[in-house]
Write a protein that binds this ligand. Structure first.
Ligand code: COA
Length: 373
């Protein structure tokens, strides 16, 4: 078996930020308009949203959006995306390539050194050609490419796959790209979810070490793990069969097809499962939470991460031990855990251990135990 390293990390964060106050103002403006005449018709009024609730319940203060135009327009409440012709680079491949180039530069590698691309994202722009193959084309990587999707654990699932392919010798250098354009599938008129998500693209370069090679400053991947268990509590019903269940198959009505979740159930069930996953995974690697210098956890909810860590440590742990990046970025789905890694690893010392742990729809949980070289 080969030793495996993450040799490059790249994150592309959109510059446009939308605050809770701005999002809530649009949402409440829409609610006010929708409520006109409801009382007269004997229908219950729709409740508004508040910034105070959002920050208290999730820790989110703002989110970055790749295409902000249209999100705060009460008549649209969805991003306006430019149309790309078939011969042009698709938006998701372009977003992936932006973080991939940073990961390659971080590793000091050329695109041609890569022999596989895995596009690992909770949402994929189309079914085929695989978005990964387009990323391969845009970057000029060699070998092959595939798409992989596992909700908010997609990046961790991609890393798990890359680790095992490289460790076994099947591939030498795998680029895992996670371009999360999740605002494109978010219902900004749904009070339960309108505030949750933001966009971000991340990439990891996963490579084999040659015999006796030490790549100082890289993270060696010591082990990875995936856990899944079916749940409907986070669900998207969008898919190629959806139009066939509607009266007019030529015009797709998106009502009921975007992300829905029973947030409270997810919070409780995934906190419990995430805690158990971490303890078991570390134990099987001869470690305890105290041995881990840094936890890069999924960035969905600051309270949820706090609770998982409190269960693991028996006390509160600070932001240095387990950084939270969702405050200004929102939940960037599968990208969040790698954004946390990208922003919070440079101070780690040789020999320090770190744990990636992502969790979300599926349910799914993915982890990776790292050691700084
Ligand atoms: N503004 C104001 N109040 C709101 C609101 C909003 N936008 N949305 C819900 N509320 C209200 C509810 O009506 C409810 O009021 P009630 O107690 O009077 O009935 C109250 O706030 C609590 O609602 P609930 O849905 O239980 O909120 P919560 O505390 O569970 O927080 C989430 C909601 C989504 C932030 C939280 O459940 C969460 O983050 N869950 C995990 C999500 C996750 O990890 N998903 C993985 C996918 S990546």
């Amino acid at each position: 078996m080969k030793r495996v390293v993450i040799s490059g990390i790249g994150a592309e964060i959109p510059s446009a930020s939308i605050s809770n106050d701005d999002l809530v103002a649009t949402f409440n403006g829409w609610v006010e308009r929708e409520n006109i005449g409801r009382t007269e018709r004997g229908e219950p009024s729709l409740p508004g949203s508040t910034s105070a609730f959002i920050e208290h319940a999730s820790g989110i203060r703002a989110r970055r959006v790749l295409y902000p135009e249209g999100v705060l327009d009460i008549d649209r409440m969805a991003p306006v995306m430019p149309r790309r012709e078939d011969h042009e680079v698709s938006i998701q491949a372009e977003f992936a390539a932006a973080s991939a180039r940073k990961a390659l530069a971080d590793a000091g590698r050329a695109a041609a050194d890569v022999d596989m691309v895995i596009c690992a994202s909770s949402h994929l722009q189309r079914m085929y050609p695989a978005v990964g193959i387009e990323i391969q084309q845009v970057l000029g990587t060699s070998g092959s490419a595939i798409d992989l999707s596992l909700g908010c654990s997609s990046a961790a699932g991609g890393l798990h796959t890359a680790f095992n392919l490289v460790r076994s010798g099947a591939q030498k250098s795998v680029l895992v790209c996670t371009p999360e354009l999740i605002t494109g599938h978010l219902n900004f008129r749904d009070r339960q979810t309108h505030f949750i998500f933001g966009d971000a693209s991340v990439s990891l370069l996963v490579e084999a070490l040659d015999d006796g090679e030490e790549r100082e400053g890289c993270f060696e991947v010591l082990d990875t793990r995936l856990w899944t268990q079916f749940s409907n509590n986070i669900r998207s019903n969008f898919g190629y069969l959806a139009r066939l269940t509607q009266a007019n198959p030529s015009v797709l009505d998106m009502e009921g097809l975007m992300i829905t979740q029973l947030g409270n159930k997810v919070f409780k069930e995934v906190t419990h499962a995430g805690h158990e996953f971490i303890i078991d995974f570390l134990r099987d690697n001869g470690q305890t939470p105290e041995d881990i210098r840094r936890f890069w956890l999924h960035q969905a909810n600051a309270r949820m991460n706090g609770m998982i860590l409190r269960l693991a440590f028996g006390r509160d742990v600070d932001n240095d031990r387990a950084p939270i990046v969702l405050g200004e970025l929102g939940n960037t789905a599968a990208a969040g855990v790698i954004v946390a890694l990208d922003l919070h690893h440079r101070d780690m010392q040789r020999g320090d251990y770190g744990l990636i742990c992502a969790f979300g729809a599926g349910y799914s949980i993915g982890g990776a135990l790292l050691r700084r070289l």
